[in-house]
Design a protein around this ligand. Structure first.
Ligand code: XMP
Length: 511
């Protein structure tokens, strides 16, 4: 089945991915392409959205795409830079603005019967973020909305299905932004809302069967959402030809290996659990530098995974849980367009001598879509709602060198913290949480004796993607009880602190 699809031309805005997510929330499939790498088959897209940009249209280095295949031929929505671009190069004028045009503004409509503004409230709040302003509309431009500070806040082009807006409908602070995108895409451009988790599952299963045929596929499970959903999709497509490997690197949470392995088996996955804890600990012995630890863990993973994959005969494919943000080509705001594709950092990579072909069933999905697809596949909501956990696991939460005893201590502490969050109904309010074992001993008293023991830091953050994060204001009573439990139950710890640093400047992990 061929979906309707929307092309998002990226000019490097920090919000471009948000546009795509809002469009997908409308059950419309869309793709982000850099402005200077327009897809060949533009005619296959039902509508086009031009993104914002950190550039000024007046600058020498400003993106200057050839829109001749789109303009007037496809419904087009130009956002922020896009709106200025249309104005500047089509008979209008863009100039630096005199007043501050960041943040909240309220729309007032010029006429009350523009279909573009159907069901949008009068005075609707929109979010502005620009330093240039449109002084004069382009040729055939018709003004349709203003704000207090921005006269030309929205316009359309007479005789075309082209709309341009100075504000950002994709950010949550534009309260009717989603409705506006629906008005343009569904009611004006006539794009069908045919992209659902169910349709994704059906089509992906069919596509995987075509692609892989009767070949065998190997997949590294991590216990996380992406690799699990990828495995369940592949299992649905090719069943027993999928061989999953779940490696215990000895740096997982307490009882995680056994629990997750049982869960996977209960889901009907063909999974082999490999307990390589000793091998990882040996590889890590004496290493204190965080990046060296990451490398040692990554290399050990590749060796273990490779040994296991070699035990399987005639495997032709390696499946990975790569998701859309990992493959979107980004437009750099400083050095011109860049075409770097990030590699998936959880599954360590592919040794050269294993010439496996790669299959990535989640390549088109954002994280929240992976969860929705997972729910459609019947995966347990507890598993889908798990906090992110770093590939090197507790290895980067034990500051300094790693020993079996330190891992044991941190596993106990972490389990008390995480179980407590669940028991207090706080787990789902937190994006990520964990404990860090600090490389300091401090003095304490227990009974009549002085102790000289370890200090642990607890960290709980709210975030949407891990790029920025803020610490969570957990109830004092919870922190009090957790601290008590940790100090009373975990031998070797006499002090607990709570991390109240935001990212930036502090990162989420301590190493
Ligand atoms: P930071 O510490 O950079 O973490 O604020 C942001 C997010 O990335 C995770 N993280 C990692 N994940 N391998 C991973 O797979 C790593 O080496 C790694 N380092 C940090 C971290 O847990 C958080 O979710």
């Amino acid at each position: 089945m061929q979906h309707n699809k929307v092309l998002i031309l990226d000019f490097g805005s920090q919000y471009t991915q948000l546009i795509a997510r809002r469009v997908r929330e409308l059950n419309i499939y869309c793709e982000i392409h850099p402005y200077n790498k327009m897809p060949q088959n533009v005619s296959e897209y039902q509508a086009v959205v031009l993104s914002g940009s950190p550039f000024s249209v007046r600058g020498d280095d400003a993106p200057h795409p050839d829109l001749s295949q789109i303009r007037g031929k496809k419904p087009m929505l130009a956002v922020c830079y896009g709106a200025q671009y249309l104005a500047h190069f089509s008979g209008g004028e863009v100039a630096p603005s005199n007043t501050r045009e960041y943040g909240r503004a309220n729309l007032s409509f010029i006429k009350n019967d523009e279909p573009f503004f159907d069901n949008i409230h009068k005075g609707s709040q929109v979010w502005m973020s620009h330093s240039d302003t449109i002084k004069h509309l382009p040729t055939q431009g018709v003004l349709i909305a203003s704000t207090h500070d921005v006269e030309n806040a929205a316009y359309r082009i007479e005789g075309e299905e082209t709309y341009a807006i100075q504000f950002h409908p994709e950010v949550y602070h534009s309260t009717d932004g989603k409705q506006l995108l629906e008005n343009f895409l569904v009611h004006i451009a006539g794009v069908k809302q045919d992209w659902t988790p169910q349709s994704f599952v059906e089509e992906t299963v069919e596509a995987l069967q075509d692609k892989v045929g009767n070949d065998k596929v190997v997949l590294g499970l991590s216990g996380g959402v992406d690799s699990t959903v990828a495995a369940v999709l592949l299992n649905k497509a090719i069943g027993k030809n999928l061989y999953c490997i779940f490696v215990n690197n000895g740096l997982l949470r307490k009882n995680e290996f056994e629990n997750v392995l049982n869960q996977y088996k209960g889901m009907g996955l063909n999974v082999k659990g490999v307990d390589a804890s000793k091998r990882f600990l040996e590889a890590l012995a004496g290493i204190e530098d965080p990046e060296k630890k990451r490398k040692a863990i990554g290399n050990a993973f590749i060796e273990v995974f490779d040994d296991e994959a070699h035990k399987l005969t005639e495997v032709k494919w390696l499946a990975q849980g790569t998701i859309y943000p990992d493959v979107i080509e980004s437009v750099s705001a400083t050095g011109g367009p860049s075409a770097t594709i990030k590699s998936h950092h959880n599954v360590g990579g592919l040794p050269d001598f294993m010439k496996l072909k790669i299959v990535e069933p989640l390549r088109a999905l954002f994280k929240d879509e992976v969860r929705r697809v997972g729910a459609t596949l019947g995966i347990d909501s507890e598993l889908l709602g798990r906090h992110p956990f770093p590939g090197p696991g507790l290895g980067i939460r034990i500051l300094g060198d790693i020993t079996a005893e330190k891992v044991r201590i941190l596993q106990e502490v972490d389990a008390i913290f995480i179980d407590g969050l669940k028991a207090w109904g706080l787990y789902d309010k937190v994006w990520q949480a964990g404990a860090m074992l600090l490389p300091v001993n401090s003095v304490g008293v227990m009974g009549d004796e002085r102790t000289y023991e370890k200090c642990v830091a607890l960290r709980a953050v709210e975030s949407t993607d891990g790029m920025t994060a803020d610490w969570v204001n957990l109830p004092y009573e919870f922190l009090q009880k957790t601290s008590n439990d940790i100090i009373n139950k975990v031998k070797g710890v006499n002090r607990v602190v709570y991390d109240i640093s935001s990212k930036p400047p502090a990162t989420i992990e301590w190493e």
